[in-house]
Design a binder for this molecule. Structure first.
Ligand code: PHE
Length: 469
């Protein structure tokens, strides 16, 4: 084992304890919190969605998060930073590395479309600065601004490549920023970025929240009412439960090898239990308090029930700008909002790239420069593809369902079984308590072994039953 340790694994480590927590929280807090969460809630029962959502957080999200932190740090000591390497030492079986293939593919594929939406955020922030998004009260104007920017109209495929919009430039800038920080490495790149970006995000988001909630009270109440009006019949649909657990995984960045990779750069005596919990807590604050009260509610405040027909992207990028245009100092708040989204998205997309970098370096013995270039070429091609076919925004939603909900769900199940049955909860308890003032409660260990796989299995079978068979 020690020999493998010196052969594989980089010598990279996080700089400070708060830095790691901020990096993991940065990975977690992203477009998922501000756009995906309210979108999922609106489509799956409104206020009723919160019930399966919080059950998933307690039963799946936090327990699996602890399992990932624990296995990741363990893998790191044994000289591995990539999910395949970590899975193989955790399972004490070299073949287990194949189980980790989805843990590389999922973040890579999500990155390919996520970064394009990240670029939309940058473009929108910029458009507030130069005033081109202050289009008055005409709702249609925002739709056509978005449509021509993204090239999402009928027959518009490839618009960005024919120079019909500036999308291509914004995507390029976004790529360059991501790859500069990835190239600088875990502590100097990712950690440094997160330490500045996250406090800035909190300030921007709180400003916008105060602004939205101090709009005329009757409108605010009606808007929140539309959005959160519970439809309890949704609870009888297995898709609601699948969506809720998928959202928990996506949002916490749990279930696809991102946290395992980040945790592998911890020192042996670094705490995992409290850090994991803190990162989850920060994510929930951003998701429920900020995402749940700003993005879509604001859209509903001004547009009423009609906002519900626009889909997640329509809401975030057409309804919301209309809201900003109608509020005092909207140009300033619109800029703050989309700039905040852009920062939140970068701290997440960095965490999708790092697991793949670690794999290239560890699996193929590549140097930093080579691995970063190779990943750049692969992901840029993928994003080009996404951009070219952006005419069908529905396609993006469908894609996000299969990769961002369904596949993540499957991989989460694999991880729970590995932790509960192969690594073993006794070893898990011993390993996780090292360096921690807090222990993972024993009941959570048993939940990981029995409840999590059964819970996931039941939802999975019910979903397959209703939709595929
Ligand atoms: N958790 C991020 C968000 O909420 C998304 C993410 C997905 C991050 C996959 C890393 C890996 O936006």
């Amino acid at each position: 084992e020690n020999q493998t340790a010196s052969q594989h694994g980089s010598n990279e480590q996080w700089g400070t304890r708060i830095g790691v927590i901020l990096a993991v929280a940065g990975s977690a807090v992203g477009l998922g919190n501000f756009l995906r969460f309210p979108g999922q809630a609106a489509q799956n029962g409104g206020g009723a969605f919160l019930l399966p959502y919080f059950i998933s957080l307690l039963v799946l999200g936090i327990p699996l998060c602890w399992a990932e932190w624990t296995m990741g740090r363990y893998g790191g000591h044994h000289g591995f930073n990539s999910s395949p390497g970590i899975f193989s030492v955790v399972c004490r079986n070299a073949k287990a590395r194949y189980l980790a293939v989805p843990a590389l593919l999922i973040p890579l594929v999500i990155y390919m479309y996520y970064v394009v939406i990240e670029a939309w955020c940058l473009a929108y922030a910029f458009s507030y600065l130069n005033g081109s998004l202050m289009l008055g009260e005409d709702a249609e104007a925002y739709g056509s601004f978005f449509g021509s920017f993204v090239g999402s109209g009928e027959g518009q495929n490839g618009a960005a490549f024919r120079g019909e919009s500036s999308l291509l430039y914004f995507v390029m800038i976004t790529f360059v920023i991501n790859f500069i920080f990835i190239y600088r490495g875990v502590a100097k790149g990712i950690e440094t970025f997160c330490r500045y970006a996250i406090p800035l995000m909190v300030v921007c988001a709180l400003c916008v929240l105060v602004r939205v909630l101090t709009l005329p009270a009757d409108k605010v109440n009606a808007g929140l009412g539309f959005m959160w009006n519970p439809d309890f019949s949704a609870l009888l649909d297995s898709k609601t439960w699948l969506a809720a657990s998928g959202q928990i995984f996506f949002s916490l960045s749990v279930g696809f090898g991102v946290i395992v990779n980040y945790a592998s750069y911890l020192k042996k005596k670094d705490d995992v239990v409290l850090s994991g919990l803190t990162a989850c807590g920060m994510n929930e604050f951003f998701e429920v308090c900020l995402g749940g009260l700003i993005t879509l509610p604001a859209a509903f405040i001004f547009l009423g029930a009609a906002a519900g027909d626009q889909g997640t992207f329509g809401l975030g990028f057409t309804a919301l700008p209309n809201v900003f245009a109608q509020m005092p100092a909207g140009q300033f708040f619109g800029f703050l909002w989309f700039f905040m989204l852009f920062l939140a998205a970068i701290t997440s997309s960095l965490s999708m790239l790092q697991p793949v970098i670690a794999f290239f370096e560890e699996g193929f013995g590549m140097q930093r420069g080579a691995s970063v270039s190779l990943l750049g070429i692969i992901s840029l091609s993928g994003s080009g593809f996404v951009m070219y076919f952006s005419a069908g925004l529905k396609a993006l939603d469908t894609f996000d369902f299969w990769v961002g909900t369904f596949l993540i769900f499957v991989l989460a199940m694999v991880q729970a079984v590995i932790y509960g049955w192969v690594f073993g909860i006794e070893q898990g308890a011993k390993e996780s308590s090292q360096g921690s003032h807090m222990r993972i409660p024993t009941v959570v260990q048993y939940m990981l072994k029995y409840v999590v796989p059964v819970y996931l299995g039941v939802i999975f079978i019910a979903f397959a039953w209703e939709n595929v068979l």
